[in-house]
Design a protein around this ligand. Sequence first.
Ligand SMILES: NC(=O)c1ccc[n+]([C@@H]2O[C@H](COP(=O)([O-])OP(=O)(O)OC[C@H]3O[C@@H](n4cnc5c(N)ncnc54)[C@H](OP(=O)(O)O)[C@@H]3O)[C@@H](O)[C@H]2O)c1
Length: 232
Amino acid sequence: MKTVLVTGANRGIGLEFVKQYANDGWHVLACCRSPVEAAALNNLVEQNKGHIVVYSLDVAEHEQIKRLSRELSSETIDLLINNAGIYPTSRSDGFGSTDYDAWARAFYINTMAPLKMAESFISQVTKSNLKTFVTITSKMGSVTDNQRGGSYVYRSSKAAVNMVMKSLAIDIESTGAISVLLHPGWVRTDMGGPNGLITTQQSVMGMRQVIGNLKIENSGEFYAFDGQVVPW
Ligand SMILES: NC(=O)c1ccc[n+]([C@@H]2O[C@H](COP(=O)([O-])OP(=O)(O)OC[C@H]3O[C@@H](n4cnc5c(N)ncnc54)[C@H](OP(=O)(O)O)[C@@H]3O)[C@@H](O)[C@H]2O)c1
């Protein structure tokens, strides 16, 4: 049985990853900040008896990441999905009103946490068959794609994580492990809002297909949910 670990698993895209992988018979390690409040996730656990185990994890807290890695030291993790992310409000992310504390927080969650997860779980991932790290980034982190300006905090945190996970791909190449960046599309979630172009189901189905076709030569690439290569 294959095992996937998902961060930010209690709602939005993360919750859908849990649902689809569990439906496919995977063992799912579903991480979220507050398991007691994760009603939708706990319902999935009930519906998929034995497939999903919920763990408490705030990815901004490195001690929590290290503690969870120790707790899961005997696990083999085929696929680690860095999904947890934040999008600061427009009040804290516009020219002239930049909230620099919010910027630092966005970097902790969107940029640093994926690397800390990789550093902490490298042994569980490299002993698996698939050996894959996936980081959910955004087209808003593409320098080439930036035609509208603004969103300094979010854009820079995602551009930076793109660079971080590209470096990771090079550093882990000799182990046969893969690191890729995925743009999920504009998705109708709390973050994407009601005008998003696709549902979480469509986004995750597409990303699972991309993940399912990954080979070592794809490591370090930046793909959209529909398999298109996204320019840096
Ligand atoms: N939706 C889109 O259109 C879109 C587009 C491009 C990229 N993305 C990316 O896709 C990923 C998922 O987004 P989404 O649309 O599903 O967002 P969402 O509905 O707002 O969900 C965000 C998830 O991240 C979790 N999270 C936030 N801070 C965390 C922390 N410190 N520790 C652990 N978990 C934390 C949230 O948990 P809590 O419930 O505890 O806050 C929640 O589970 C993000 O990385 C986002 O940047 C989304």
